[in-house]
Design a protein around this ligand. Structure first.
Ligand SMILES: O=P(O)(O)OC[C@H]1O[C@H](O[C@H]2O[C@H](CO)[C@@H](O)[C@H](O)[C@H]2O)[C@H](O)[C@@H](O)[C@@H]1O
Ligand SMILES: O=c1ccn([C@@H]2O[C@H](COP(=O)(O)OP(=O)(O)O)[C@@H](O)[C@H]2O)c(=O)[nH]1
Length: 735
């Protein structure tokens, strides 16, 4: 039976050593707490780092760790102290984390960190591959493992791989600064489905895909080699029932069972009946807006002094990544701020801020959530923020007010919260006042809506939706394209070729024999290509013809001293082997005078585009332009051209990032027909990558081998992935 393999940096449990004994505690943080309930439900396996380094473990301890984690259906990836320093503290938390949260000033681009990141992703890949069986699904999580989907796909192309990013994906303007940006994107594209918490993160990712990798994106699908990668947003939920029910039973708890914290909360309630509690819970992280929150609270006390002694801020800050300098500085800043404000405002019976720097067990969290009148959640950037959701879920009487930063992913779904900009102290202070004075009916009305949504879109539902969507990607490829030219078909084709008495091989040039270049003139043939074409051209009983939209002059320059047969300008000129150029069509080009100025206005308004002028056609290239601007401009240009071309017997061809205007009576199909009428071929092979090659595919007889390069809609029968595969395929024709 197939299973789902969850992979994340951290396992849901953390193993620690205490005097040579293993101690197992739950991991903190949204990913671990959220996915835990999903893992419990299924019968899969969770792969991740145990929390101990190889240096801390001898052979027997290592076995004990493996057994302990196996009991929880987990498998450990072994990391060294050096991995932890460079991969985890280094690349993950000093490079990716700050950059993806828009803290450019904290971002370190260190080559050593990057090397370690690659090596550790490889270590994860090895453990995944060891545990992977045919039919299994793999679900990779988060920014520590961006390269993993590709590493798995390379080895196991048929495995369904999902990837979910728990943190924001930054805008292209931020992401483009990253030195290894292509590698990260292609690493992620190893997945079949890529999920984000919000649509904003999704569109930022797609924007980088279009601009950096220049891939075609159709709605939310990326065409990547011979696969379609689906990109979508799935806002992560929480285990609503767990939090809600724990709060119901919590109120019935025996006093003796109550935690020390709860006793303190009780004392607080008895001593100051009127004092309301404002709660914040987060890892001590600079993305969580902790200093802003404290300063805003100070501002609130100054602006509304009537609330002094009537309100208290309880801050639970969980220690996190304390080896990273910025976290150490944040700890110092927080300690000082809390000290200063408590020193400034405290009275004999009132301390304005209670600050806990530790993590707390689940029951204590419930104590805090259920005791708080207001939750104040103020991150400056946050992928989702589950604490906001957990607070609302625990409000069994539906009272309580959530103040939430609009910079948290959760804000997109929690409109009924009081929304604040974490940099606007005035607004936060006013929101605190509004929350403290909000009539209970209004609190109930807001929380009723919030709770319904949280209950409906729980973490189980979230995981289910993701897996359902991953499953659906299995059919994506078959919907729109031809059949892959696999080894069996290739062998059959070569067998047919060897048997044939007279063969025609029609080869498109750009995007087929040679990859695209920003400047088309730089796509000239390389030595390897010449060798391949020479050999193919010398095959017995074979007519090899390069058939291209390129102009005659360029081909003359590149292939003038070769004995190849050539067709240029989409079929205007033919040069048969060892013969001179002959015109297949008699064309006028006086229309160019009218069209050229129009194209020039588009070049002026669309940076990165240019006109390629051929004898019988004009081509507007937009490969280097901003893809979204280019999309708008191509639509505009089409509209402008439509009214002009019909009077001039012209056609507009949409090629690969190029629009070409040429005479309607010329196309590669007509040229191919001319060739076919000259001889009786019993083997025909045509290959091309773009729209203009479709004419060729249409024109050749049914028994011809028609092959598209790339994964696109086509009339060709088969497809191959890219120019490298084309070259490999052509070598098979050679004896
Ligand atoms: O493993 P750590 O380095 O100790 O960090 C804890 C986790 O922090 C991050 O959590 C994110 O995931 C949450 C759930 O999707 C989301 O609500 C939150 O906004 C994110 O910051 C991190 O993404 C995890 O990988 C860490 O394990
Ligand atoms: O002492 C604590 C404090 C918090 N949490 C949990 O840590 C998670 C924090 O997730 P969030 O998405 O808010 O932020 P992250 O830490 O993942 O950035 C929540 O599920 C909390 O219940 C915990 O387990 N112990």
């Amino acid at each position: 039976m197939s299973k789902t393999i969850i992979v994340s940096n951290r396992l849901p449990l953390q193993v620690k050593l205490n005097e040579n004994k293993l101690e197992i505690t739950p991991s903190v943080g949204g990913l671990a707490t959220g996915m835990k309930s999903v893992h419990k439900e299924g019968d899969g396996i969770w792969i991740g780092w145990s929390g101990l380094t190889e240096e801390e473990l001898d052979e027997s301890l290592s076995k004990k760790v493996d057994t302990a984690v196996a009991k929880e259906n987990c498998a450990a990836v072994n990391l060294t102290q050096c991995d932890i320093d460079n991969f985890y503290y280094g690349f993950s938390n000093r490079t990716l984390w700050p950059l993806f949260h828009y803290f450019m000033e904290y971002t370190e681009f260190e080559k050593d960190f990057w090397e370690s990141y690659k090596a550790v992703n490889q270590k994860f890949a090895e453990v995944v591959l060891d545990n992977l069986e045919d039919g299994d699904n793999v679900w990779v999580h988060d920014y520590q493992l961006l390269l993993l989907p590709q590493l798995i796909k390379e080895k196991k192309p048929d495995t369904s791989i999902g990837f979910f990013l728990h943190i924001p994906f930054p805008s292209y303007e931020i992401f483009r600064t990253f030195p290894w940006r292509e590698e990260l994107l292609t690493g992620m594209l190893g997945a079949d489905l890529i999920g984000f918490h919000t649509y904003d993160y999704e569109r930022h990712f797609l924007s980088s895909i279009k601009r950096i990798l220049r891939l075609d994106v159709k709605f939310n699908e990326v065409v990547y080699h011979d696969r379609i990668v689906k990109v979508d947003s799935f806002p992560m939920g929480i285990d609503y029932k767990k939090f809600h029910q724990a709060s119901v039973s919590h109120t019935k708890m025996n006093v003796k069972e109550r935690s020390e914290l709860q006793k303190r909360l009780d004392d607080h309630i008895q001593s100051s009946v009127d004092t309301k509690l404002i709660l914040s819970i987060d890892r001590l992280d600079y993305t969580k807006g902790i200093p802003n929150r404290i300063r805003a609270f100070e501002y609130f006390l100054n602006k509304y002094p009537e609330f002094k002694e009537k309100v208290r801020l309880i801050m639970l800050s969980v220690p996190s990544r304390s080896n990273v300098p910025q976290y150490q500085l944040l700890k110092k800043e927080t300690d000082e701020l809390v000290g200063r404000i408590n020193g400034q405002f405290a009275t004999v019976s009132w301390t304005p801020i209670w600050y806990f720097y530790r993590s707390m067990p689940f029951n204590n969290l419930i104590d805090l959530y259920t005791s708080a009148d207001v939750a104040l959640i103020t991150p400056v950037r946050d992928g989702m923020n589950l604490v906001a959701k957990e607070y609302v879920a625990t409000r069994t009487k539906k009272d309580g007010v959530l103040i939430l930063s609009e910079m948290a992913g959760a804000s997109k779904e929690m409109n009924e919260a009081l929304m604040i900009n974490p940099n606007n102290f005035e607004q936060i202070a006013d929101a605190i006042k509004q929350a403290l004075e909000m009539p209970v009916e209004e609190q109930i009305a807001r929380n009723t809506i919030l709770q319904k949504r949280l209950e409906r879109y729980s973490v189980e539902k979230w995981a289910h939706e993701f897996m359902k969507s991953l499953d659906a990607t299995k059919n994506l490829g078959q919907v729109i394209v031809s059949e892959k030219l696999d080894t069996k078909l290739t062998n059959q084709m070569i067998e047919d070729y060897k048997k044939s008495k007279s063969s025609l091989i029609l080869l498109d040039y750009d995007g087929t024999l040679s990859g695209f270049q920003d400047n088309p003139q730089n796509a000239n043939p390389d030595t390897e290509l010449f060798q391949l074409l020479d050999a193919l051209n010398n095959q017995p009983n074979t007519d090899m013809v390069i058939i291209s939209g390129r102009d005659k002059e360029t081909f003359e320059k590149w292939f003038g001293n070769k004995e190849y047969s050539l067709i240029t300008d989409h079929g205007v000129w033919l040069k048969k082997r060892n013969k001179d150029w002959e015109a297949l069509e008699r064309l006028k080009n006086d229309w160019m005078e009218n069209i050229r100025p129009i194209l020039e206005t588009f070049v002026d308004r669309t940076p990165g585009t240019f006109i390629e002028e051929k004898k019988y056609s004009l081509a507007w290239h937009y490969r280097k332009a901003d893809p979204e601007l280019a999309q708008i401009r191509t639509m505009e240009l089409n509209t402008v051209l439509t009214s002009l071309i019909s009077n001039n017997d012209l056609t507009v061809l949409k090629g690969n990032k190029v629009i070409e205007i040429k005479s309607s009576s010329v196309n590669k199909g007509r040229a191919a027909s001319r060739l076919l009428s000259l001889k009786n071929y019993d083997f025909i092979f045509t290959i091309g990558d773009d729209w203009t090659d479709e004419y060729m595919f249409e024109e050749v007889p049914e028994n011809a081998y028609t092959i598209k390069v790339g994964f696109k809609k086509t009339k060709a029968k088969y497809y191959v992935k890219d120019t490298n595969e084309v070259r490999k395929l052509l070598t098979k024709f050679i004896d």
